[in-house]
Design a protein around this ligand. Structure first.
Ligand SMILES: [Zn+2]
Length: 810
């Protein structure tokens, strides 16, 4: 086994100033015009007011044009398809941004996702939650109905007995009328067979299942020593429910989970507030196995200053920001630009409480003469205790302002009061029997990008699987006894809340870094924020790498400096836990599975250093295991074309977190791109959650096995008849979960060769149909990076496996 904390690169590419300059120039170049950059239009990508954003295809001639698109700083979905006719990327753009891209020579294709789709998802989520609330109310009403004195306030939904290996397990679900308000667990009394007393088979407690803040029912499983016939639950009020125990015959699992493995713990999308509530609930329920850790840096908060832009034309517009946050008085402020209706009136400002009234100056004929610059100065002088005024986007403000009725300032925020407006703590749940740093650490974190609503669900589903299966699933117990698992379901809660309640396409955090001479005004509020996946320290924009922007309104704004954002400092703090050696950064969408390097420098695509061959062996070997686990859910295959280094399969992403974790901390850092869109319909979101939670649990198993696995895999080639004349079928099998790379053209196999479509002993690999007599060269590599026969897959080694596709004699 190799030391995963072996030598690591900390060097950065020495970029001469001239190259950095060339990168900056690219930002302004239309991709169609390579010769006259000074004449090419800049791509102006500021969103305007409440203008909505769609996900739109961008049709590109090739990777050079893709690089040019990335260099505009446009907000890109994580989706890049290389087709016969070129490259198709997905951009998140408003109508104005779409026009700017078209004007710069880019070709747009279909619209794939509209805000109405996101609103439907939110409505569906609200309906699901409301349905649960209504059910609870009905049940409570029935239990309290005086005309039905037999009604119990506790109801057993199911009681299932089954065997798992040599264990017997009883799983119980029950609903209690006061489950929403009282956190009390329920006690289940078991008999020990037909005709025996309740309690003679022992007792078990079941605990509340709360999703999106709404109580659903109590649930829990426990090992039992005999098969119970009936169970009894006495509620805290004294009401009683009795039920027959059924034998449950689960379909045999094809995965490593035994029968009775509990999963499926999410019923709707969850906001960051709800995600944090969930991990707190889990830690409270499993205090010996988990704790919630508040990370050291609070966010800037789901809050904004109240603002308004008065006037229509740029030169005569007046922009106003409250000094107080909107929720702390800013939203109460109003500004009126009043025409005095009289000649020779001087410009003046009066403040009455929070009402600011500007009496505009007039000439001898009674016409308004005050310019925007004059009104700005008067406001700052007369109402400077309440607000700050400025001309629009750096305009000299020479235009005469138009009178405007009393206009309330607004922070534009629509979340209910239950969403905190204060700087928000960011939480992780730490899971493991020994949480003292002595065990190998694994980190999973999600929602760097606010609008990606499925990845956080994958993390809480995973946390809950680990905790709820510990007591009765030997595999899970192995993981928690030997690993120190950190799961941060939402590292960008402010942006996350903004995405749910205000602007569904929000990608970044909420912090406005735009200067008042730029796009700092109210109309640009949906363009602000730092791309948290571009603000890290390695191979960043600040180091001269491509795929991040210095524009405060860009979708890939890297921030004012490396780690300028609290969200990023928190991830850096997590990664600095010295025992963490594996990590997963969960994003959506595109069904990608990626690792470093994630960035290159233009114009020559000078990449961050590639992992060594041995390191790449571990990436590939572990990846194939994880992808097989994902596939197990519904046969969704992440293709080899979407597996590999970020900059190979997607595009350059300077300053991304995976690169920081790998290059700075030596962590085997992967990135999931979950699913097919940011906010898919719930049924799809649910499937994606289940399949990628399979993958994340498998990462824990990889970590668990990594330290112990010194043995090299062995593989065999099997040849069988084909129904096609002249052809035979070929399959590989391996002695342990391992990836197989093969060639059919007599070339030495490398990691660029075809990856056999299977990872493991349980999977049953794909069947290849090849001409009889084909020469097959291959090797296998396990998840610890051990390569069969100690072969070096660099194209020069010779001791790869060789075989011929001929039917065995006889
Ligand atoms: Zn993302």
């Amino acid at each position: 086994m190799r030391d995963p904390l072996g030598p690591r690169w900390r060097r950065r590419l020495p970029l001469p100033a001239v190259l950095a300059g060339a990168v900056a120039v690219v930002l302004l170049v239309s991709p169609a015009s390579a010769t006259a950059p000074s004449a090419a239009p800049a791509v102006d990508l500021v969103r305007v007011g409440d203008e909505e954003a769609n996900v739109v295809e961008v049709l590109l001639a090739g990777t050079a044009q893709l690089d040019a698109l990335v260099a505009t700083g446009v907000d890109l979905d994580h989706h890049v398809a290389h087709t016969e006719n070129g490259v198709v990327a997905h951009a998140v753009v408003t109508a104005g941004e779409a026009a700017a891209l078209t004007g710069a020579g880019f070709t747009l294709g279909r619209v794939l996702h509209r805000p109405a789709d996101a609103r439907e998802r939110v409505a569906e989520r609200e309906a699901t939650i409301a349905g649960h609330v209504a059910e609870n109310r009905q049940f409570a009403a029935a239990a309290a109905d005086p005309t039905a004195p037999d009604a119990s306030d506790v109801k057993i939904i199911r009681a299932d007995w089954y065997t798992s290996g040599t264990s017997q397990i009883l799983s119980v679900e029950a609903k209690w009328a006061q489950g929403q308000t009282a956190a009390t667990p329920l006690t289940v009394e078991r008999d020990s067979g037909p005709g025996t007393e309740f309690g003679s088979g022992g007792t078990q407690t079941i605990s509340r299942f709360v999703d999106a803040g709404v109580y659903l029912y109590h649930r829990g499983a426990a090992t039992v020593t005999s098969r119970p016939d009936r169970i009894r639950i006495t509620s805290p009020t004294g009401d009683v429910a009795v039920a027959q125990v059924r034998e449950w015959l689960p379909t045999p699992g094809t995965g490593p989970e035994g029968p009775g493995y509990q999963k499926d713990f999410v019923t709707s999308y969850l906001t960051p507030t709800e995600l944090y509530a969930r991990i707190h609930q889990l830690a409270a329920e499993f205090p010996r196995l988990a704790e919630v850790v508040e990370l050291p840096y609070k966010t800037n908060g789901y809050r904004r200053h109240a603002q308004a832009v008065l006037g229509a034309a740029t030169a005569s517009r007046v922009a106003v920001d409250s000094l107080a946050w909107g929720h702390e008085g800013g939203n109460a402020i109003s500004v009126e630009l009043a025409d005095p209706g009289a000649a020779n009136t001087p410009l003046s400002v009066t403040v009455t409480g929070s009402a600011v009234r500007v009496t505009l100056g007039t000439d001898g004929a009674g016409a308004v003469t005050s310019t925007a610059a004059q009104v700005v100065a008067a406001l700052n002088a007369g109402a400077g205790a309440l607000l700050r005024a400025y001309t629009y986007r750096g305009s000299p403000g020479t235009g005469v302002v138009a009178p405007a009725p009393r206009t309330p300032l607004s922070d534009g925020l629509s979340a209910p009061a239950s969403v905190s407006r204060d700087p928000h703590p960011v939480y992780a749940i730490r899971i493991g029997k020994h949480r003292d740093g002595s065990k190998l650490g694994v980190l999973a974190y999600a929602q760097e990008h606010a609008r990606e609503w499925v990845p956080p669900l994958v993390t809480v589903e995973t946390a809950e699987r680990l905790l709820r299966n510990y007591a009765h699933d030997g595999q899970t117990k192995q993981l928690l006894d030997n690993l120190d698992i950190w799961i941060a379901p939402s590292v960008n809660p402010d942006g996350g809340h903004y995405s749910f309640y205000d602007f569904n396409s929000q990608r970044k955090n909420m912090t406005n870094h735009c200067p008042s001479t730029g796009a700092a005004d109210f109309l640009a509020r949906n363009s602000w924020g730092v791309d948290n996946n571009r603000n890290y320290t390695e191979y960043s924009l600040f180091d001269g790498y491509s795929g991040a922007s210095s524009s405060c309104t860009s979708g890939t704004y890297a921030g004012p400096s490396e780690l300028s954002e609290p969200e990023n400092r928190n991830v850096d703090w997590l990664a600095a836990r010295p025992n963490i050696r594996f990590s997963m950064n969960l994003h959506s969408s595109g069904n990608y599975f990626m690792w470093s390097p994630g960035a290159y420098a233009l114009p020559d695509r000078v990449s961050a250093p590639r992992p060594t061959l041995a390191e790449e062996s571990a990436f590939w070997g572990a990846s194939s295991r994880i992808l097989a686990a994902i596939k197990r859910h519904r046969n969704m295959a992440v293709t080899p074309a979407r597996t590999g280094p970020i900059s190979d399969v997607l595009y350059s992403a300077a300053g991304n977190s995976g690169d920081m974790l790998w290059y700075k901390y030596g962590i085997y850092a992967w990135n999931f791109e979950v699913g097919t869109s940011f906010q898919p319909e719930w049924d799809e979101a649910h499937d994606e959650t289940m399949e990628f939670a399979n993958g994340l649990v498998e990462l824990m198993r990889v970590a668990r096995d990594f330290a112990k696995d010194n043995s090299r895999p062995r593989s065999t080639l099997a040849v069988a008849p084909s129904s096609t004349p002249g052809m035979v079928t070929v399959t590989f099998s391996t002695s342990e979960p391992a990836a197989v790379f093969y060639t059919l053209d007599r070339a030495a196999p490398t990691y660029a060769s075809t990856l056999y479509g299977s990872a493991g002993v349980r999977e049953g690999g794909e069947t290849l149909t090849v001409p009889a007599g084909t020469t097959v060269h291959w090797f296998s590599v396990d998840s610890a990076g051990n390569v069969e026969n100690n072969y070096r897959p660099d194209g020069n080694g010779r001791n790869y496996r060789q075989g011929t596709a001929v039917l065995p004699a006889g």
